[in-house]
Design a protein around this ligand. Structure first.
Ligand SMILES: [Zn+2]
Length: 1096
């Protein structure tokens, strides 16, 4: 501290300056404010060293006044000029006086209480100056002196928000002191109490302090005090005190010991009851929310009600891979896979490891994930495999050598291209599943020959719905002509659905091989789905829905006798999975793509549902598809899927589940509709084994819950995550497309390979027939650029199949656009890269238990045949210099809205990294942006703003990156379609349906046609406007200048209701400084912002 020359001048001078300052302080002018604070500072500096007991209090006193008048701005200037340090020094010197001047101490603490919250480093400075103990000692000596107590507590509150300080203060007995100050309801000294509670709350963030509080039995005390305030604060004047008590409990229960003490002290019941009483008063919401958070944290963890979390079905692999998740699964001793883990959750780790979503950018690790190795960002020069090995793939490219000799152009239908070899049937199928229908229905009628379905029945008009409890003439007819069997009217969807045919569907199912050897067909797949004509809006979230659901869950613990816990469906008991006593709903999902494992009736109208994990895996639950019957009309059913894994879901942002009612279908409305109310998605109390959570301990599952009332008696309803699209459906569509083929279309269907499960993987070739066998025609035919498309590598992303259906239908269509497109390109399409996953109801993997879209770098011909052979096709094309112009793999995205693309750009990736690299030397054509740009102009669901062209390390084994890097395909994309809906364009505010998805697939084709014109050099000049990709590009660049925003995060709006997914302790999160760490050179600080704001 520099002492100016005039510092020793008469104190009268100081006083007169201060008087003047007080006069000026009335002026609000900013400049004056600055001058005044500078003067205050000066005063403090000069007097600080002098410590003339007589004048110091005056200075401090006046400083305090000035700060009061000037407000935050002056405090800010004071802090920036180093005033905190001076004040703390003054405090220290004042403390050395004996006896200390109470007046001076009071004033100093009052000033510090104002300055502290404004100084980010206040906690550290106080510790370094040795001020902590001065205040603690002062507090100890003045417990009965409220006048001094308050400013001391205010300062301690700021000290404690620093985690190092909190530990040290705890050691000096501050936790105990706080417990002496806080107490039951009293109208006296409420502001004191409030500050004491805040201080205690801050102290208890330290694990050591929390443990100390638990050891001294303070948890029951806090609960008692809370109840007392709850009872007596009838006018809710002291909400903040009540919240302060809860804040202490919240921090104590971050440790396991605290949670146990809370439960032992009957905390669940106490907080449940008090919260229930608070519910009618909206202003008490913060109390209910904090209570709910504490209760969720303390809810004892359970294991899932399953014998093992390994999938209920198992598929023997040809060989077990050397490493990876499957190898781990095989080598595990039994019984270790799902041990309840009471460890404290690590929220940080969670956010960083939730990479399940395809192409989902990890919010935390995103910058670490960008590829920085330039050599990996350049196309590989050398061919990956010798041509000799690839030559066998020539047979899939007959069109490249086709000369059409002997082809009859007058009767083109007669001579054709080999159709798919008819698959041989190998098991008997019953159709459809109908266990829920009353006996009059043809329950699981045997397929061969004796189906009693009235094939020619016409759908009923929309307006005449069947009388309740009766479906058409079914009941009467069945009773009267008993021996003829029941007649079920099948909705005739042929006119509406040209590609659907129930009989053909059943034929297709016969040759589909599933691991569980399904022998039933689900009605929706059998009848087909006609997209509804009405709009389905994105659901607005109801205020308080999550809270209500969580309270219902907590009631299970509080009123255990109300819980039925009756298992009504259990695939682990394969002999009789279904319980049917007429009292409960009946469940079933033993059909293609079904994956319900267990259903437990918890209350009369509430069911917990457990999904099966992917085959040969112990996790991946998100996709669901199951059947429900035996419902009561009008009853408020609640369904909880209790083993979801993603940390968030569009179910929290307006997405609804899909339901298909057989009664509605029979009534002429065969369709999936968005349904369900009170939908939400939150972390639950079922413990996730670290083995199924990537080694992380303390994870929990998530609950997806929805409520639903059924409109029809004796209905059979189906629920699904998204519009189902089975492998058999694909085969049916392909056959129908073949049948609808016109002579202008060249269509060839091959089976690329067989999957592990024995299903064929279809490969389609579509282009235009040449007009004749003239040289020119044949030459043009063979030399058309190739477009390579694939979809459904992830079985749970059924939307990708609907987009693919749109693409295929457009390509096979009769429109002039379709014809031009066929004349422009040869299309190579693998519409379902993972048939086994789809058939067996997997969410993510193939039968090898692995994510196939992470195998593109070195796929195994045995374990990943579809990827191996698809990649080989592309390698073959590259080898013969015919690499595709466009490669696109269709996916679904569960966390974002709209449809968008991910591409690969060297430059855009380099720009996001710190490689100062010779980035200006990197030459790159902007062509990869053209297709998405065109799509954003023509496809209403498509959003350019959501696209990204950055190459991430974690994606280096995906189709998009491998095809770009290894085959040098510049336009290599992943196209992601939302599972939820759109927040821009024509469909803004609407949930996405199959109509929109199919439209997207068709628009993709139209965009390819425009791309064709643009890539033709002569046309280029006329389409300069499209090359505003440049400006578009620059826009995006601006958007991404900050490295942390290079990808668009889930830009979801916030709700009125505070959505809290993290009802786990943040225990491991906290860096608990050990004692050795607390010495003075420890400069890290973690002042809490909210703490500071609370004080101003
Ligand atoms: Zn995907």
């Amino acid at each position: 501290i520099i002492k100016p020359a005039w510092a020793s001048h008469a104190p009268t001078l100081t006083l007169s300056i201060l008087e003047r300052l007080n006069g000026e302080a009335m002026l609000a002018d900013a400049e004056i404010a600055r001058q005044i604070t500078a003067k205050i500072l000066h005063l403090i500096q000069t007097q600080g060293e002098n410590t003339k007991p007589l004048y110091l209090p005056n200075v401090v006193n006046n400083t305090q006044h000035l700060l009061t008048v000037g407000g935050g701005r002056r405090v800010g200037v004071l802090v920036s000029k180093g005033g905190t340090g001076i004040l703390l020094q003054m405090l220290l010197s004042a403390s050395k006086e004996w006896p200390p001047s109470e007046e001076l101490m009071l004033q100093l603490h009052s000033v510090l209480a104002k300055v502290g919250p404004k100084d980010r480093k206040f906690g550290v400075k106080a510790r370094l100056n040795g001020a902590l103990n001065v205040t603690v000692n002062l507090l100890k000596q003045n417990l009965q002196n409220p006048k001094l107590l308050l400013p001391c507590l205010q300062v301690l509150r700021v000290y404690s928000s620093n985690s190092v300080n909190a530990v040290s203060l705890g050691k000096n007995g501050l936790v105990e002191l706080m417990f002496k100050i806080i107490g039951p309801f009293s109208k006296k000294n409420t502001s004191l109490l409030k500050v004491a509670l805040d201080t205690l709350g801050a102290l208890l963030k330290s694990k050591t302090n929390a443990r100390r509080a638990v050891d001294r039995a303070h948890v029951p005390v806090l609960l008692y005090i809370y109840q007392d305030w709850h009872r007596n604060d009838t006018r809710h004047r002291h909400m903040l005190i009540r919240k302060g008590i809860l804040g202490c409990l919240k921090n104590i229960t971050n440790i396991k010991l605290g949670r146990r003490a809370f439960l032992d002290a009957d905390g669940m019941r106490i907080l449940y009851n008090t919260s229930t009483e608070c519910l009618p008063v909206r202003t008490l919401d913060p109390l209910i929310n904090t209570s709910s958070l504490i209760m969720r944290k303390c809810f004892p963890k359970n294991r899932l009600p399953l014998p093992t979390i390994k999938s209920v079905f198992h598929h023997q692999l040809p060989h077990i891979p050397a490493g990876g998740p499957v190898a781990q699964l095989y080598s595990q001793p039994p019984g270790v896979d799902d041990v309840v883990d009471e460890s404290d959750d690590n929220e940080d780790a969670e956010a960083e490891n939730d990479t399940e979503n395809e192409e989902d950018k990890d919010l935390h690790a995103q910058n670490d994930d960008i590829e920085t190795d330039i050599s990996k960002l350049r196309p590989r020069e050398t061919p990956s495999r010798p041509f000799e090995e690839l030559k066998i793939y020539e047979r899939f490219f007959l069109e490249l050598s086709e000369d059409f000799q002997g082809f009859n152009f007058d009767n083109p239908k007669a001579a054709v291209i080999d159709p798919v070899t008819a698959p041989k049937s190998h098991c008997s199928i019953t159709v459809p599943t109908a266990q829920g229908l009353p006996p009059k229905y043809p329950t699981t009628a045997p397929l061969q020959g004796e189906r009693h379905l009235a094939k020619d029945a016409r759908p009923r008009p929309e307006t005449s719905s069947p009388a309740p409890g009766r479906v058409g003439g079914v009941e009467e007819g069945a009773e009267e002509d008993g021996d003829e069997g029941a007649v079920l009217e099948v909705p005739d969807t042929a006119l509406l659905l040209p590609l659907h045919d129930p009989d053909l569907y059943v034929e297709m199912v016969k040759s589909t091989r599933s691991v569980p050897q399904y022998s039933q067909v689900a009605y929706p797949d059998y009848f087909g789905h006609v997209a509804p004509t009405f709009r389905e809006h994105i659901l607005e979230r109801v205020y308080g829905v999550q809270r209500t659901k969580i309270f219902q869950d907590i009631e299970r613990l509080i009123h255990p006798n109300d819980i039925l816990d009756k298992v009504v469906y259990d695939l682990d008991i394969q002999s009789s999975p279904v319980v049917d006593d007429g009292e409960s709903l009946k469940f079933n999902s033993q059909f293609e793509s079904g994956n319900l494992r267990k259903a437990i009736q918890v209350r009369r109208y509430e069911y917990d549902l457990v999904l099966n994990s992917d085959i040969n895996s112990n996790h991946y639950h998100q996709w669901f598809y199951f059947e429900v019957s035996g419902m009561c009309v009008g009853a408020p059913y609640r369904f909880n899927i209790i083993n979801c894994e993603k940390s968030n879901s569009q179910f929290n942002y307006g997405m609804q589940v899909l339901m298909y009612s057989v009664q509605e279908a029979i009534g002429g409305r065969p369709r999936w509709v968005r349904t369900g109310a009170d939908i939400c998605y939150y972390k639950n109390h079922f413990s996730r084994s670290s083995i199924a959570a990537g080694g992380q301990k303390g994870k929990s599952y998530y609950t997806m819950t929805f409520s639903m009332t059924f409109n029809h008696k004796d209905d059979v309803c189906y629920f699904a995550y998204h519009y189902p699209y089975t492998y058999s459906t694909l085969k049916m569509h392909l056959q129908k497309l073949e049948a609808l083929r016109t002579p202008q279309v060249y269509l060839r269907q091959d089976i690329l390979c067989e999957t592990l499960g024995g299903n064929g993987c279809p490969l389609l070739t579509i282009t235009a027939m040449p007009e004749s066998t003239s040289n020119d025609q044949i030459c043009q035919f063979r030399n058309r650029p190739l477009v390579f498309l694939s979809a459904r590598v992830h079985p749970g992303e059924t939307n990708a199949s609907w987009v693919m259906k749109g693409t295929l239908e457009f390509l096979m269509g009769t429109s002039p656009l379709a014809q031009s497109l066929r004349e422009a390109y040869i299309f190579k399409i693998v519409p379902m890269l993972n048939p086994d996953g789809v058939v067996n109801g997997n969410h993510r993997c193939s039968l090898s238990g692995e994510d196939l879209n992470r195998q593109w770098q070195s796929p195994s011909p045995e374990l990943h045949p579809t990827i191996y052979h698809t990649k080989s096709l592309l390698q073959y094309l590259t080898a013969i210099q015919r690499a595709p112009l466009v490669f696109c793999d269709y996916h679904g995205h569960s966390r974002k809205k709209n449809v968008f693309m991910y591409g690969c750009s060297l430059k855009e990736t380099v720009w996001q990294t710190n490689i100062s690299a010779t980035s200006c030397d990197l030459h790159e054509d902007l062509g990869y942006r053209t297709l998405p740009k065109i799509l954003s102009q023509i496809a209403p669901a498509f959003s350019m703003a959501s696209c990204s062209f950055v190459v991430e390390r974690s994606k280096e084994a995906t189709a998009r990156v491998v095809v770009w890097r290894e085959m040098g395909v510049q336009r290599s994309y992943t196209m992601e379609s939302t599972l939820c809906g759109c927040d821009q364009g024509k469909y803004k505010g609407l949930q996405i349906g199959t109509r929109e998805l199919e439209e997207m697939g068709a628009q993709f084709c139209v965009a390819l046609l425009r791309l064709k014109r643009l890539t033709c050099p002569l046309e280029l000049r006329n389409h300069a406007h499209l090359l505003d990709v440049e400006s578009d590009f620059i826009e995006t660049r601006c958007k991404v200048t900050s490295p942390s925003t290079y990808v668009l995060e889930d830009e979801e709006h916030s709700f009125m209701e505070e959505v809290d997914y993290s009802a786990e302790s943040g225990d491991e999160l906290e860096h608990e400084p050990d004692v050795a760490d607390t010495h003075d050179n420890h400069l890290s600080d973690s002042e809490s912002n909210s703490q500071r704001d609370a004080l101003t």
